[in-house]
Write a protein that binds this ligand. Structure first.
Ligand code: SF4
Ligand code: SF4
Length: 390
């Protein structure tokens, strides 16, 4: 994310000069006893569909955050919804949240976690439900909670996977037992198909989808989001920074806020100045002229964001999972999060140079990516020992 100077930012913004973003001037975390008071720090609230959960348009994607004080500052600033996953930071992310949450009244925050099981395009192993339950139990242990507010079936990329009966049953049982209040599906590949399947299922309460200004030319995605919201599902947006490298945070985030069918966003800020910028966007979500100009230019500029359109997969001589590899590339060079890039590449079980036997790459990426070059580059990360990466 763009490196801003916190002191200058606070001095130059009206909200900053009112002291709205200085955690030490906000109520202590432990004073919060109920759902957030609307308008407390002047953020817009929206309701997550039929879940009835009311949250500010700004939530926190905790994935890369490793500073508990940043999460506490977010809580004191009025953010109530925290999004993690079983796999983030190999469990340390949930453990960090668990330590923070034990000092916070349960009804004052909303937490979502996500469970992934091995699958490809809806083909699961037989023990997928057991895998799911084992991971869920461990997540609850780490979080130190009796229940989560949203339990997502994580990183789903097809209708078949979204509707996989054995997993749906596990999640419905957990909901009936009160161990999750709501069930959802998360997707950053083939999103329209997954979102539409979630609506058709009649089972899911929430969808978490990639959504950013780079996707404005994808009418199917916008139509699926509109359909989900109209059907009463909560809609949460991730990947709002479109690859994150050198992005204008306010322009990217405010662009997402303009869509009223997106109920909240989970940008993954990792520093206090980034939190300040995101809060400023949520208190004043109107795009400025400069931000609109930036978006117009950024729309056509090269970026690290792979649209996950899948049009490359059939063109590849080896049918490599190119969208996953491009996402790993973005994690490494955009988010500067090599550990997550390595986790993703390793999960694909590829050889160290998957393009080695190809003399000519025939893949034509709709984004103009030099696919083979990026594949060769990112595939090497699997060979780097995990302990060398952060
Ligand atoms: S064609 Fe390009 S943008 Fe589409 S999924 Fe493949 S790499 Fe990503
Ligand atoms: S060079 Fe790599 S990406 Fe291109 S067709 Fe061959 S295996 Fe696929």
């Amino acid at each position: 994310m763009k490196n801003l100077n916190r002191r200058n930012f606070l001095r130059l913004t009206a909200a900053g000069s009112a002291g709205l973003f200085i955690p030490s001037k906000l109520p202590a975390v432990t004073n919060r006893v109920s759902q957030p008071e609307e308008g407390k720090i002047n953020m817009e609230y929206r309701t997550l569909g039929r879940t009835g959960i009311k949250v500010p348009v700004l939530s926190m994607g905790v994935m890369r955050a490793d500073n508990p004080n940043l999460v506490k500052a977010a809580i004191r600033s009025g953010i109530v919804h925290f999004d993690t996953a079983h796999g983030y930071q190999e469990g340390k992310n949930e453990l960090m949240l668990g330590k923070i949450f034990k000092d916070v009244p349960r009804e004052s925050f909303v937490v979502a976690t996500k469970i992934k099981v091995d699958q490809r395009k809806g083909i699961f192993s037989k023990d997928a439900p057991e895998q799911f339950m084992e991971k869920f139990n461990l997540s609850m242990q780490r979080l130190g909670l009796d229940y989560v507010d949203i339990l997502y079936f994580h990183a789903i990329d097809s209708r078949e996977a979204t509707l996989h009966e054995p997993i749906l049953k596990v999640m419905q049982d957990l909901k009936a037992q009160g161990r999750t209040k709501n069930i959802g599906v998360s997707t950053h590949s083939n999103e329209p198909e997954v979102i539409n399947a979630a609506v058709d299922s009649g089972v899911y309460d929430v969808v978490l989808t990639a959504y950013n200004f780079k996707q404005k030319h994808l009418p199917e995605l916008n139509a699926a989001i509109d359909r989900a919201a109209a059907a009463g599902l909560g809609v949460v947006a991730m990947k709002t920074m479109a690859g994150a490298k050198d992005i204008n945070i306010p322009a990217a985030l405010k662009w997402v806020f303009q869509n009223k069918n997106i109920h909240t966003t989970i940008p993954g800020f990792t520093a206090f100045d980034e939190l300040d910028v995101c809060l400023a966007c949520a208190t004043d979500p109107q795009l400025t002229g400069d931000e609109k100009n930036y978006l117009a230019q950024a729309d056509v500029a090269p970026s690290l964001y792979c649209q996950q359109c899948n049009s490359c997969t059939t063109q590849c001589a080896k049918h490599l999972p190119i969208p996953d590899l491009m996402r790993a590339y973005m994690y490494n060079y955009g988010y500067r999060y090599p550990a997550e890039a390595r986790t993703l590449v390793t999960s694909l079980h590829l050889s160290s140079n998957p393009c080695s036997s190809c003399t000519l790459c025939k893949v034509k990426c709709t984004n103009g990516f030099a696919v083979a070059e990026k594949v060769r580059d990112i595939a090497r990360i699997a060979a780097v020992p995990r302990e060398f990466l952060t």
